[in-house]
Design a protein around this ligand. Structure first.
Ligand SMILES: Cc1cc2nc3c(=O)[nH]c(=O)nc-3n(C[C@H](O)[C@H](O)[C@H](O)COP(=O)(O)OP(=O)(O)OC[C@H]3O[C@@H](n4cnc5c(N)ncnc54)[C@H](O)[C@@H]3O)c2cc1C
Length: 588
């Protein structure tokens, strides 16, 4: 017979709230007795926490960057009967004093026996920015060492960001589509959710991609060093790992350390309060969820939880969801969220949270003031750069007032041989920006004349409906006094959108009055994220409304709405009345 064993943090001396710097196991994975589960690190030392028994990891209670103290749960193991007997003894073993701390995390002098490595180019951080930089530099003939503290490459995006969230959002979309078909005369039964399999599917997508990265690194002869990197000199980094330390001497370096969740001060330490990483480990049975933060990450996860049957309240401090996006684009999303959520509270702040055995009791102030209780809280209030604690002083790199690393168009910092890319360089915090910057930094480091001067970096909220935008917004144009001509095509006039039952969408294109070129766009509607790339290309190529309108789009597609919005500006539209006819450039 199998039984569950909760593995907890053992006695770790005087330390409290110690950082989890590596999570070495995944849900559904098998571990052996004594195998390391996590690596924790204080200011003085790092240490592995071993598994007290062999078994299969049922759930994880910690995530990367979490803070843990003695007695905190690490994971639940499913152990077999004989192993269970073992487990009893082993769980007592977790009461024993913790193993002696491993190598110091930031030893100023090389530890005896530290491995010494030389690299032309060091890349610190193996997220989308870091691995792209490392791979491109290797392709350009550089000897590259990539240092990553996590067990897998891929950073936030692959492991706990873009990829797992989109795997879950796909499941959510299918559930919602099946539900919506009832209005079209087709009814399915209530979905039966097996959360263990849902998590396993998500993890499988992630591990397929991260394993692929390991192979690509190997094929390119990029040396991947697992360890927590810290600069100890202008050309030297110490990479501390559970089994020791390596010293890397490098000629150039690319900082790609990314970002982490911002914590909301004053919240109790309670496993029912989740950050985005923990929220991706969706659980059942569904209860009530409070989402703090109406930005992209909060709303995407709210979309997942709603589809999985959770009752959701969203609270946002500002007057608008997705702040920074034009109000007309947010409205259809907000309307749908108000239909699906219990409440969407704007201009509201969480004043306090009390953790009780029966739930998390929340006091709200502002527009939606009141008290309410929830089974889980998701805190999604932003991200901050991983620029602290990595020894940037030793490199001489300056930070801005928010801790981001300023860079020029060649991605150089204030220090000639030090480049920085991705989230650590500031907003927009997006994976595709990080990868493009990574390639440019690698090229510049290899002596290629390159610069990061993208006109258009599209953003997408993979909500239901999706919201996608690129370039200037109308609000921003108003603030900056930029004169615009706009074409707004309502999807209620799109045959394809109506066939999908999603006529609430809008496609808006913005053209400069002065140059007539496209300078921005925003779309809201199902799969809007797939449509924005065309506009990004149009911006990069300097297209005007006639160029886009004269490009033949397949019918009936949602992509036609881009052409129709352009035709509205060109004055050539026939599917609606043109607001202000204009002579076409070349005629049809
Ligand atoms: C829930 C969620 C969903 C998201 N969805 C999207 C999306 O759909 N599309 C999108 O474009 N973006 C999305 N993002 C943002 C995206 O994940 C980030 O913009 C992207 O990962 C940034 O890449 P990066 O390489 O700069 O940094 P990261 O991905 O943060 O990688 C940095 C790496 O550096 C390592 N590291 C840090 N310090 C050290 C050190 N001292 N030593 C060794 N290694 C170190 C970290 O372990 C990490 O692996 C999402 C984020 C979240 C949280």
């Amino acid at each position: 017979m199998a039984e569950s064993l909760v593995v907890r943090v053992p006695d770790i001396g005087e330390f409290e709230g110690v950082d989890v710097v590596e999570v070495l196991v995944t849900v559904g994975g098998r571990v052996e007795s004594g195998q390391a589960l996590i690596v924790i690190e204080s200011e003085k030392a790092s240490m592995e926490i071993p598994s007290p028994a062999a078994g299969v990891v049922e759930s994880l209670a910690v995530s990367l960057n979490a803070k843990v103290s003695e007695g905190d749960p690490i994971c639940t193991l499913r152990v077999e009967a004989e192993a269970g007997a073992d487990a009893g003894a082993a769980s007592q073993a977790t009461e024993r004093p913790a193993p002696a701390p491993a190598a110091p995390a930031a030893a100023p002098a090389p530890a005896p026996g530290a491995e010494s490595i030389e690299a032309e180019l060091l890349v610190l951080g193996g997220g989308p920015g870091g691995y792209s930089a490392a791979f491109r530099a290797a392709d350009l003939g550089k000897s590259v060492v990539l240092v990553e503290r996590d067990a897998t490459l891929g950073g936030v995006c692959l492991n706990v960001g873009c990829i797992p969230s989109k795997a879950l959002l796909h499941m959510a979309e299918v559930i919602e589509q099946a539900r919506a078909l009832a209005e079209h005369g087709i009814e399915f039964g209530q979905p039966k959710l097996d959360f263990e399999r849902i998590r396993a599917r998500k993890d499988e997508v992630v591990s397929t991609l991260t394993r692929g990265l390991d192979r690509l690194a190997e094929q390119r002869k990029v040396r991947v060093l697992r360890g927590l990197g810290r600069f100890t000199g202008s050309n030297e980094l110490s990479a501390a790992h559970a089994r020791g330390e390596a010293r890397v001497r490098f000629g150039q370096v690319i900082l790609a350390t990314g970002s982490r969740n911002v914590e909301l001060p004053g919240l109790p330490a309670d496993p029912r309060i989740l950050d985005s990483t923990r929220a991706l480990e969706v659980e059942g049975p569904p209860g009530r969820l409070l989402v703090i933060g109406g930005g992209v990450i909060g709303l995407e996860l709210a979309t997942v939880y709603l589809a999985f049957g959770w009752r959701v309240v969203i609270v946002e401090l500002l007057a608008q969801l997705l702040s920074g996006v034009d109000r007309d684009l947010v409205r259809p999303l907000e309307r749908r969220l108000r239909e699906r959520c219990e409440r969407v509270l704007l201009e509201t702040r969480v004043a306090s949270v009390e953790a009780g055995p029966d739930g998390l009791h929340v006091t709200l102030e502002g527009g939606g003031a009141g008290r309410d209780s929830f089974d889980r809280i998701l805190v999604a209030v932003g991200r901050r750069p991983n620029s602290d604690g990595i020894g940037l002083d030793a490199l001489g790199v300056r930070l801005d007032e928010r801790g981001f690393v300023p860079v020029d168009a060649q991605l150089r910092t204030n220090v000639q041989h030090v480049f920085a890319i991705g989230d650590v360089t500031g907003p927009p915090l997006l994976a595709h920006r990080a990868t493009h910057q990574g390639k440019v930094a690698a090229e510049v480091a290899a002596g290629v004349a390159a610069s990061f001067d993208a006109l258009a970096i599209p953003s997408v909220a993979y909500t239901d409906p999706e919201v996608a935008w690129v370039g200037i917004t109308e609000d921003e144009a108003r603030r900056r006094g930029v004169a615009l001509r706009k074409g707004v095509f309502p999807w209620s006039a799109s045959g394809r959108a109506l066939g999908l039952g999603r006529g609430e969408g809008v496609t808006k294109l913005l053209f400069s009055e002065e140059t007539e070129r496209i300078v921005g766009a925003g779309l809201v509607g199902t799969h809007a994220g797939e449509l924005i790339s065309e506009v990004a290309l149009a911006m990069e190529l300097g297209a005007d409304a006639h160029d886009i309108g004269l490009t033949v789009h397949p019918h009936p597609t949602l992509s036609e709405t881009v052409a129709f919005a352009a035709e509205l500006v060109a004055g050539t539209i026939t599917d609606m009345l043109p607001p202000r006819p204009r002579a076409p450039k070349g005629g049809r």
